[in-house]
Design a protein around this ligand. Structure first.
Ligand code: F6R
Length: 604
């Protein structure tokens, strides 16, 4: 996703900015740009594609002496990935870079156009720079103009703005998108949308809060405001060691990635879950014409996300959907119908079995769609269409945020198809979009929950195995919970449909069998409850995860988001991830690099 950097100081500004952007590359982007303000001149460069294209364009530009600059890597949301749409965006005398989405940009754009302002790009961002300049013309004070600008912005944003009318300062504002500002021992100032861009440069940093804004200059340092009042600077030392800093203070990458889910899911839905509809710029309007059914094909966690979403495709989009394990599909001589949409799901985009299955489908003339986290990966290159999941780099071998974002993309896709096929009313779609927008909140890990799971985990270290059980969508979530646990704890764990236990597996039930029961309020609560009662009657040890207290459970994790099945799904997903993590930690295992496993399985 988009990345922001900024710098004021004596170093080579171009190099500092491009270096910072390189640290943010893992977020994914499709164009990049920088603007440098020096001696009252603004030099701006933009390029589509990778940073090397920007470096090529700037090779003859050598900034000298004190100055400042802002830079950006853009992930197209409004408007195609072109140079015009790349940031920084220019007004008459100012430049801006922005992460997030300005939800009221259409309204602001109309107002500005009525005042005679001409727009160059299709982006939402461009309104910020013009609004600032119009405000400046009225107020004649850059700080007041910036304040008035920020007041009008609705949505999520991290913004840096440079202007010739105040050539010593960078103005900044943050709401909903991350932004960090810091300084080094010499007083040089650095900005980044993630601390990765500041490591090795800034020695102390401020993690800005929502609603913060202000300005920085070499002379004045950092001046911070919130709600119109100046705010104290809460500076923190920035860890020098790149790896531990990349873990952002967490013990493991997996833990960091569990906590990151709120932020990355907000990225996943950005520009896609609009007020009234789901929009995928990546798909043609006629994308779905002639499609009769869907086959989803993937491995491991990605298979589990596909299985979960097959329920949504059938229920919401009313389209027959089958889900295949790629390593099986390849060799089963499958009967392929050219009117089937073939969807592959992959975090890495390089999984050999999934890739080969995709080639088979392509060769048989099926339309192919990749749900993938890595742009330009083999799977993305081969597929007709791609929806990137925008999870950012996932380092923990046990996949967490990749799963969450895959489910989110496919939930939106099911609604997109439902819109196309008119299988849901406008009201129903709107209600789903509301639920989608709520998910980043539902997956936020609160300290109490984490502490509770940490304490519980000590009771689940032995025994002869785990059953994760659930029904409907929560059955694939049970599969995923069991997969997470076995990967990093090396304990035997299975996911099962709750109603299937009595057809065999219940024979294993005794007090040393641990059952993790997913008991959502919105889907078949009573049915799961009676399945769990059957297990309890056989003395199985039960950990119930539910918004409803279940008296027969030995342990209970209370969930809160019971207004929508998907909110419950995502909230329970976090609980199962934390449980796996904490059990693994207690067993002294290598959480991030479990034995025998590789992050990307490029062999059969
Ligand atoms: C589990 C896990 C694996 C992958 C599987 C497919 O935590 O990470 O099961 O999901 O190897 O990988 P991708 O999604 O890269 O195709």
């Amino acid at each position: 996703m988009c990345g922001i950097v900024g710098y004021i100081g004596n170093e080579n500004i171009k190099e500092v900015l491009v270096d910072g952007l390189r640290e943010l590359e893992y977020r994914g982007y499709d164009s990049a740009g920088i603007a440098v303000l020096q001696d009252d001149e603004i030099h701006s460069y933009k390029a589509v594609g990778k940073l090397k294209n920007l470096e090529e364009k700037t090779k003859n530009f050598t900034p000298h002496t004190l100055g400042m600059g802002i830079g950006h890597t853009r992930w197209a949301t409004h408007g195609k990935p072109t140079e015009i749409n790349a940031h920084p965006h220019l007004g008459e005398f100012s430049y801006v870079v922005h992460n997030g989405i300005i939800e009221n940009y259409q309204e602001l754009k109309k107002e500005l156009q009525a005042q005679g302002v001409k727009f160059l790009s299709q982006t939402d961002t461009e309104v910020i720079v013009h609004l600032f300049e119009q405000n400046y013309k009225l107020l004649k004070d850059p700080m007041k103009a910036f304040e008035a600008t920020v007041e009008r912005l609705q949505g999520a944003y991290a913004v840096l703005l440079m202007t010739k009318v105040d050539a010593d300062r960078i103005y900044f504002a943050k709401n909903g998108s991350p932004m960090i500002v810091g300084n080094d021992q010499n007083g040089d100032i650095y900005f980044g949308s993630s601390d990765a861009a500041l490591i090795g440069k800034a020695s102390e940093v401020i993690y800005l809060d929502d609603g913060d804004y202000g300005y920085t200059s070499i002379k004045e340092g950092i001046t911070l405001f919130s709600d119109g009042k100046e705010k104290e600077l809460n500076k923190k030392a920035l860890v020098g060691d790149r790896v531990s800093a990349q873990k952002g203070g967490f013990r493991f990458f997996m833990e960091k990635e569990i906590y990151e889910q709120s932020e990355v899911l907000a990225d996943t839905v950005m520009g896609r879950a609009l007020d009234e509809k789901i929009a995928f710029e990546e798909l043609d309007p006629n994308f779905f014409d002639g499609i009769e059914d869907i086959t989803i094909c993937a491995c491991g966690t990605s298979y589990n996300s596909g299985l979960a979403c097959s329920y949504l495709f059938e229920r919401q989009a009313k389209i027959r959907t089958s889900v295949e394990i790629a390593s099986e599909f390849r060799y089963k001589d499958p009967l392929l119908n050219p009117k089937t949409l073939f969807v592959v799901i992959s975090q890495s985009g390089e999984t050999a079995d999934t890739l080969e299955a995709l080639k088979m489908a392509r060769d048989a003339g099926l339309k192919t769609l990749a749900i993938c986290n890595v742009d330009n990966s083999s799977i993305v290159r081969i597929s007709d269409y791609t929806l990137l999941t925008r999870a950012g780099i996932e380092k923990g071998v046990a996949s967490t945020k990749a799963f969450a974002t895959q489910v989110m993309v496919m939930w939106m896709l099911s609604l997109y198809i439902a819109q196309h096929k008119k299988t849901m009313t406008q009201e129903q779609i709107k209600a789903e979009i509301e639920a989608i927008r709520h998910i980043p909140q539902a997956v936020k890990v609160n300290d109490k929950l984490h502490e509770k799971v940490k304490r519980l985990s000590k009771r689940y270290l032995h025994g002869h195995g785990f059953f994760f059980i659930g029904r409907d969508l929560f059955y694939p979530l049970a599969l995923e919970g069991a997969l997470k646990l076995k990967e990093i704890s090396y304990l035997h764990a299975e996911g099962y449909p709750a109603g299937e236990m009595k057809h065999g597996p219940i024979a294993l039930a005794d007090s040393n069998l641990f059952t993790i029961a997913l008991m959502p309020k919105n889907i078949h609560y009573d049915k799961v409850k009676s399945n769990v009662e059957e297990l309890s009657a056989r003395d199985a040890t039960i950990l119930a995860i539910s918004p409803e207290r279940f008296e027969l459970a030995d342990d209970y994790v209370h969930t809160y988001y019971s207004d929508h099945a998907m909110s419950e799904f995502f909230e329970m997903m976090v609980v199962t991830q934390l449980l796996a993590l904490e059990i693994s930690v207690r067993l002294g295992n290598d959480v991030d690099m479990p034995r025998n496993l590789a992050k990307s399985v490029t062999v059969e």
